[in-house]
Each structure stands twice: as C-alpha cells, then as structure tokens.
Design a protein around this ligand. Structure first.
Ligand SMILES: Nc1nc2c(ncn2[C@@H]2O[C@H](COP(=O)(O)OP(=O)(O)O)[C@@H](O)[C@H]2O)c(=O)[nH]1
Ligand SMILES: [Mg+2]
Length: 389
C-alpha cells in the first residue's frame, strides 16, 4: 500500500513500476478512493463491487460506510519488474483542512495498511510534507504494524539543491519524531524520484532500493504463505483426529449410560410386576396353576412368588402400608434414574460425517501437503537458479 499527501507521487510511482500509464497522475486531486493495481491477462478497470469479488478478503472494508463507491481495481498486462507478483493499493491523497472525504478515510487507510505486506509513506518536499492527517495515520499504523512501515522522500529531484533537500528531510524527521509513537531509533528515509531522461538530476536516487524491498517482501510472503499452509494443514488434521477420538469416547460413554438406563428401567418395572404377580398367583391353588401353565413353569413361578410372599409375611402387619409406600417410591426412583441416564448420552457423529472427516484428513495429508512440498521445491529451485545465474 502506498500512502501519503496529495500529489506526493504515489500514482506516478505505480505507473513507473509497471512501466505503463495505469493511474492518472497530476497536480489536481486525482485519487479520491482506493485503487488496487494488479497484473492480469487483460487490461480492465473494475468498479467497487467487481473489485470486492476479485478480492473477497477485503470485504470487511465495507464496514467503513460509503467506501464502496470509492473502490476500484485496474488490471494491467504489464510484466515489468515483479509487477506480476504485486498488488499495489493506491490510496486517497491526504490533505488537511476543509477537504471532506466521503468516508472515514483515516480508519480505512489504517485497516488496509494492516492487511498489506508493506506500507510505503511518501513525503514530498513541495506540498504539505507535514500534513497532520498523514502523520496521524502514520502514527496509528506504526503502533499496529510498525515493521512494515517504510518512509520515502519522494520527488526528491524537486527538492532543489542538496542543502535544501537536507533541510526538508530534517523538517520531516523532526515532525515525525515529535509524535510519541514515531520517535524510534534507526529512522530511515531514502530519497527517491522517477527518473526523467529529459530532466537529469544530480540528486541521489534510491528508487532501485524500493524495487529490492518489494522483491524481498514477495519472497518472504511466499515463504510465509507456504509455512502457514503447512501449519493450517496440521491444525485441520489434528482437529479432525481429536474430534474422531472424542466421538469414540462419546460412543463408549453412551453405551455405558444406555446400560445403566436399561438396568434401572428393567428393575423399576420388574420389581413391582413381581410383587403384584405374587399376590395374584397366591390366589390360585397348585393344581389350578399346573393345569393353566404346565407343571414345570408353574413350579418355577411358585418358587419365585413364594420367596416374595415369605418376605412379605416377615413384615409386621402394622408396617405393611409403610413398606408398600417405600417400595413404590423406590420403584419410582428406579424409573426416574432410567430416564435420567437415557438423557445423559452425548451427541455422536453420523457415519457419513465420520467418513467425510476422514476423507478431508486424507486429502490434506496426501494431496495438499504433497503439493505444498512441490511448491516449496519450485520456489527454492528458482531462487537458487537465480542466484547461480
Ligand atoms: N519531478 C518529479 N515529479 C513527479 C515525481 N513523481 C510524480 N511527479 C509529479 O507530481 C505530480 C503528482 O503526482 P501523482 O503521482 O499524481 O501524485 P499522487 O497524488 O500522490 O498520486 C504529477 O504531476 C507528477 O508528474 C518525481 O519523482 N519527480
Ligand atoms: Mg494519485
């Protein structure tokens, strides 16, 4: 991202880098909004909505009300320098005073600056080198992401003689250092200007350094992205495997909970049923039962109910009502516990969900990671080849 006062030479720098007249440059306030300048297959200009389709990750910028109409993108076919690997963001020229911006320009620039890999701040010797708005934004950005903030004295060929230029530099640096957030040591401000064969200047031009900085940042971005990809892959795989493990634990938990629920429920029904049955059976004689059920089942039934009746007879007569109440409450408790255990089960994954997760994990391990390895290899190969060259 390139920011700076109005007429600091931002658009001209982008045109120079791409070696194509993409952005309008002039003394009039040309750039009121944000323009993304990128390389593509066909020369094309995009408006706000199309721009956000091209860069969906910049969609949160819509939080700044009114900014949509001031977004655009220029696609150029230029392959000069490293242009095919860079996307420049040209920002609204900043001025102090009565100028009304159609949106919260300070916040929008700060937000975009945070997204960028590099933020160039252009100060020009002529115009409002010490524009307060620029300094405010720079101060905020320096707090948030000071490491990618770089200052340049642009249009240095217009600064007059060496002594004049030094004074301009001193003034800018002084003004910058007056801000508490900016007076860090090791402050650097290279002087740059667009080389003009018709108007040769004796001033030192460090514009090639800007190109080198861009190139270095591209390389770092490639490495960072590939490293991040690896980390993301690992994160996805470990999340999936821990989710599957959790699911296995849930399944066995559910099994034991279901068993508890079943046992309580069965007892809660079986005990009162046996109790009532015992009294019913007791009203029949042995012969009647033998006739009804056959000899063997009748015998078994008699033994069971006999035990219940035997125990019942043990209870003193005046305690029998209390016993029935306690027994009823106990059976109710058993049924309540059965219901409680039934509700304690955890939600588990369906077979389809498990299969999909396993497939994702395999895809990442086999395809994405392999591809990442190949990309890293290509990247290193072309670096090495370039250095060899
Ligand atoms: N002498 C000189 N003029 C420049 C340089 N860069 C830009 N300009 C002129 O400064 C004016 C404003 O430039 P522009 O790129 O539109 O500034 P922006 O508002 O920051 O985008 C234009 O007339 C350019 O021709 C430079 O390096 N040297
Ligand atoms: Mg401009």
């Amino acid at each position: 991202m390139i920011m700076g006062n109005h007429s600091a030479g931002k658009s001209s720098f982008i045109n120079w880098y791409a070696e194509e007249h993409i952005q309008k440059a002039g003394v009039a306030i040309e750039t009121q909004g944000f323009t993304f300048i990128t390389s593509g297959r066909k020369r094309e200009s995009l408006t706000g909505n199309a721009t956000l389709h091209l860069y969906p990750h910049f969609r949160p910028i819509l939080e700044f009300k009114g900014v949509m109409d001031y977004l655009s993108a220029e696609i150029s076919t230029s392959k000069q320098k490293k242009f095919s690997l860079v996307t420049f963001v040209d920002t609204p020229g900043l001025v102090d005073g009565d100028m009304v911006y159609p949106f919260d320009v300070n916040s929008a620039i700060i937000w975009l600056g945070e997204q960028a890999d590099l933020v160039f701040v252009f100060f020009d010797p002529m115009g409002q080198a010490l524009c307060k708005r620029t300094l405010n934004i720079v101060e905020k950005l320096s707090e948030k992401c000071g490491d990618k903030l770089l200052f340049y004295l642009s249009k240095a060929d217009e600064a007059g003689k060496d002594t004049d230029r030094q004074r301009v530099m001193m003034q800018i640096v002084q003004e910058l250092c007056r801000r508490p957030g900016l007076n860090k040591c090791g402050f650097d401000m290279p002087t740059i200007y667009i080389p003009n064969p018709q108007k040769p200047s004796r001033c030192v031009n460090q514009i090639d350094g800007v190109c080198l900085t861009i190139e270095k940042t591209i390389n770092q971005a490639v490495q960072k992205t590939l490293d991040h990809l690896e980390k993301d892959c690992d994160l996805i795989c470990s999340t999936i495997s821990s989710r599957l493990e959790q699911d296995r634990a849930d399944v066995s938990h559910n099994k034991s909970v279901r068993l508890h629920s079943f046992l309580c429920g069965a007892l809660g029904i079986f005990l009162p049923a046996l109790f009532i049955l015992s009294f019913l059976v007791n009203t029949f004689s042995t012969e009647q039962l033998d006739e009804l059920l056959g000899e063997r089942p009748a015998r078994t039934l008699f033994i069971f109910t006999g035990i219940v009746i035997y125990l019942w007879d043990w209870i003193p007569e005046d305690g029998q009502v209390v016993f029935v109440i306690i027994f009823g409450a106990f059976c109710y408790l058993l049924l309540f516990l059965a219901k409680y255990f039934a509700g304690r089960g955890n939600k588990t994954l369906t077979k389809k969900e498990k299969r999909t997760m396993a497939e994702y994990s395999d895809y990442i391990q086999d395809i994405v990671k392999t591809k990442k390895g190949t990309l890293y290899e290509w990247y290193l190969q072309q670096c090495a080849a370039e250095y060899d060259f």
